[in-house]
Design a protein around this ligand. Sequence first.
Ligand SMILES: [Ca+2]
Length: 110
Amino acid sequence: MEVIVKNTNNVSYIYQEPSLNKDGSPLRDLKETRAYARVGAGPASVVKIQPASSLTGGANAQVDAVLPVLEDQEADVACWTTAVDLVGNESIPSNVVTVRIDRLAPANPI
Ligand SMILES: [Ca+2]
């Protein structure tokens, strides 16, 4: 998975859906992928739920999301995704990508 910062706190999560279950068997019940973010040492939150391309997954996805960085805040944001099946079983996280989000302007000139 990778994350591209488009502008300020608007990003795209780019990843490939799984096509297998945890035990290596073919995936046949993919419901969605979830994009997570954690600002600094704060709590993790889901910033986007993306419906699966199909029950068998495997598609490349580019999902836009807004990271919860407040105005006047500059922070590192950890981003990752998980996959969830139809009954709610959730995968372990993808790799984690950390991006720097800057919504903090300089002080005014004097
Ligand atoms: Ca399942």
